[in-house]
Design a binder for this molecule. Structure first.
Ligand SMILES: *Cc1c(COP(=O)(O)O)cnc(C)c1O
Length: 419
């Protein structure tokens, strides 16, 4: 086995970045602890789909270990079972999350599916707190995975749990209305049933759900973790060995693995995650102030504003409001949101979030199109709602662009001269 193929955890560590270091430092060093010993300065990129097995006895032992949800012993045998570049990105995220381990998948939805299949082996029922990411809601509502689902509100979890409930699913801050859910409260209501938190919007820089009692934390790493709009990836982190091995087993058998190139880009993105989160968040705070004062805006949704945080989670669990916000146009014209998006010249009209560039989208038409219209309305996903993921550009430039969009959307309430 080449030295590049050693999983980071099996290497003699010069210094483990997680040992007491600040998240800013962990982000830069995690998953790279053996670089000096290896004589490299960038993560070795291993594209092998198969690995030599010169010794059959050793190969069998390695397969047995991986089929049981563990790590390879010697040869990794086949890249669907284990890939060292992916393992590096996983160990970096585990360090940031304060978790024993992370399992990476081809996308956030592949991660979601794996968690639900692992849950399916424990029980036939799950509880899901709405609102959820559109495709997650659709996956659950479709019944495709053979699970019964009770959808509920944050204070309905206790009543929704049954003897056969295998998992409680929440998302915070929730998409797209930025409602905050109190993780510790959900864990208390679940009363021993494992809770999975989709913390994609917060990133591990602003929220570490395992510290508040969650069993699993999921991220669409497509978003801020990778951070540059060029990677699809999903990750689940946990301190629970039973869930860890189950997730690895599901990945091994269903094949939703992360490609090593995507893992390399994800790992690279993580190094600047704290810087990007801080900059995008301060930009978003300024944009929120300006939107609140704008005549064409009927409402702004952002953690920290009234209504988003009924239980005072900001500062207690969520360390900062983040960089995603939503606002409603003051208009009765159903075409106002599309006029707003079409008038922008800098902000990218696109779904997704957490990229270096600012992104704007219309949830009712795009991300939440697959959600039942009544559910959309009940959760504030109105026709006039636009979601903005604020990037790391200069904030004055973002605002100038947004003013163009607002003027085009609601001309009679906008007093700014068009250029
Ligand atoms: C994007 C997203 C997902 C799904 O992730 P993919 O990588 O697109 O599969 C899940 N949850 C949230 C909150 C998301 O924003």
């Amino acid at each position: 086995m080449s030295p590049y193929n050693k999983p980071p955890s099996a290497s003699p560590l010069r210094h483990h970045a997680a040992d007491g270091a600040h998240a800013d430092t962990i982000a830069v060093h995690a998953g790279r602890e053996d670089f000096v010993a290896l004589g490299v300065h960038a993560p070795p990129l291993d594209f092998s789909s198969t690995y030599p097995v010169p010794d059959l006895d050793a190969g069998m032992a390695s397969i047995d270990a991986m089929v049981a949800g563990g790590l390879p012993i010697g040869s990794a045998v086949y890249s669907r079972l284990y890939n060292p570049t992916v393992a590096r990105a996983e160990s970096a995220i585990a360090a940031l999350e304060g978790a024993n381990a992370t399992v990476a998948f081809a996308s956030g939805m592949a991660a979601y599916t794996a968690a639900l299949l692992a849950a399916r082996a424990r029980g036939s029922h799950v509880v899901a707190v709405r609102p959820l990411y559109g495709s997650a809601d659709h996956l659950l509502a479709s019944g495709m995975l053979g699970l019964r689902v009770t959808f509920t509100e944050p204070d309905g979890v206790r009543d929704a749990c049954e003897a056969d409930t295998a998992l409680v699913l929440i998302e915070t801050p929730a998409n797209p209305t930025l409602q905050l859910v109190d993780i510790a409260d959900i864990v208390a209501q679940a009363n021993g049933i494992p809770v999975m938190v989709d913390a994609t919007f917060a990133t591990p820089i602003l929220l570490r759900p395992l510290e508040h009692g969650a069993t699993l934390v999921l991220h669409s790493a497509t978003k801020a973790l990778a951070g540059h709009g060029d990677v699809l990836a999903g990750v689940i982190s946990t301190n629970d060995d039973t869930w860890l091995t189950a997730l690895r087993q599901v990945r091994l058998l269903t094949g939703g693995v992360l490609h090593p190139m995507a893992a390399f880009l994800l790992h690279r993105g993580i190094a600047t995650l704290p810087l990007r989160v801080a900059r995008a968040q301060s930009n978003a705070q300024r944009i929120v102030e300006l939107l609140l004062r704008h005549d064409a805006v009927a409402a702004v949704h952002y953690p920290g504003l009234a209504n988003s945080d009924p239980r005072g989670v900001l500062g207690r669990e969520l360390l900062g409001p983040g960089s995603t916000l939503a606002f409603e146009l003051k208009s009765d014209d159903e075409h106002a949101p599309s006029r707003c998006m079409a008038a922008l010249r800098l902000i990218t009209p696109a779904v997704s979030l957490g990229s270096t560039d600012s992104l704007i989208q219309h949830p009712a038409s795009l991300t939440h199109r697959v959600v039942d219209p009544d559910v959309r309305t009940a959760h504030g996903i109105s026709q006039q709602l636009l979601r903005l993921s604020v990037g790391v550009e200069r904030v004055d430039d973002i605002w100038q662009d947004l003013e163009l969009g607002l003027a085009a959307a609601v001309p009679h309430l906008t007093h700014h001269a068009m250029p």
